[in-house]
Design a protein around this ligand. Structure first.
Ligand SMILES: *Cc1c(COP(=O)(O)O)cnc(C)c1O
Length: 297
């Protein structure tokens, strides 16, 4: 994969960290590429290898109009000279979202489906031949395996006591749990509201040997629900940008970072911890906000 910048680790300095003697470093996967968020590419890599091994030249997957996974799939397929099909939830709007325009520009064929039809994924799959299917959001064991590779980018990974990231399907979290060292605590911040089945879905992606590993999913910071936002959240994103030059997205990383800061301030994370926060990217999603909502995009 070309066009990637080397990945940077940003150390955050703030009073709320000093007070508890906690160090917080950010793995800036968002800087890899302006459109394709870091974790999505990682999750896709083993699916695409598997497709190649099976001589499949068309990849198809599912997603909504703002799905980072849809754009990442379109981009990765273009790079690998594969055809791509996106099954999009909901009927075709008059004006395509920025996300879908980008996916289309990368050559993805968009197939809009009603919300009812979208739920019948097997029925949709049955209408295509010779297509390699990837689950919505890249959920699955190959996805988790690929996400685990993220940690191998980090030199001295063993220095960290905690690894934290935003969670949607839990695939990235499962990858972190599998790849982390035994002394490390893994924390995922769910971007969905009351998604109580998530723990189980994460565990299903772990090998028998890793199934017993402890991990924490925090459900306390959905800000109204998936892809919803509040004025407070947007104000927080502006504040983090002003203080740390750290751009966050309103769907995933903003909520996760807010939650992490809140937990540190409320002493829910032990003093002296050394935390690595994985910036999973997704900044293209901010383009769906009104212009000037954020001083970065
Ligand atoms: C998709 C996404 C996630 C969630 O990843 P999962 O593997 O589905 O849990 C987190 N952050 C960003 C920016 C994403 O786009």
């Amino acid at each position: 994969m070309k066009n990637w910048k080397p990945v940077r680790i940003q150390v955050i300095e703030a009073e709320w960290l000093q007070e508890q003697k906690i160090s917080l470093s950010i793995l800036r996967l968002d800087e890899w590429h302006t459109v394709v968020s870091g974790n999505k590419w990682f999750k896709l890599q083993y699916y695409l290898k598997d497709a190649a091994a099976r001589h499949c030249t068309t990849i198809a997957t599912f997603g909504g109009a703002y799905s980072n996974h849809i754009v990442a799939t379109a981009f990765a397929c273009k790079e690998m000279k594969l055809q791509s099909i996106g099954i999009i939830r909901g009927e075709r709007p008059e004006i395509l979202s920025h996300t879908l325009q980008t996916a289309q520009a990368y050559g993805m064929k968009l197939q809009f489906t009603t919300r009812e039809a979208y739920r019948q994924k097997d029925a949709i799959k049955a209408t295509y031949n010779n297509v390699y299917w990837i689950n919505e959001g890249g959920y699955g064991k190959p996805g988790a395996l690929g996400a685990g590779d993220i940690l191998s980018l980090v030199e001295n990974i063993g220095n960290y006591t905690h690894i934290a990231c935003a969670t949607g399907t839990g695939t990235t979290l499962a990858g972190m749990i599998s790849a982390a060292l035994p002394h490390q605590t893994i924390i995922g911040f769910s971007a969905l509201k009351n998604n109580w089945s998530l723990e189980n879905e994460v565990r299903q992606l772990l090998s028998d040997e890793k199934k017993q590993k402890p991990f924490t999913i925090v459900h306390d910071y959905p800000f109204g629900g998936y892809a919803k936002h509040t004025p407070d959240l947007l104000a927080y994103l502006r504040e983090v940008w002003q203080q740390h030059s750290l751009p966050l997205d309103f769907v995933y990383t903003g909520k996760a970072f807010y939650g992490l800061q809140d937990m540190i301030i409320n002493k829910k994370i032990p003093g002296g911890s050394r935390i690595l926060f994985i910036h999973t990217g997704g900044l293209q999603g901010n383009l769906s906000l009104p212009k000037q909502a954020l001083p970065f995009s």
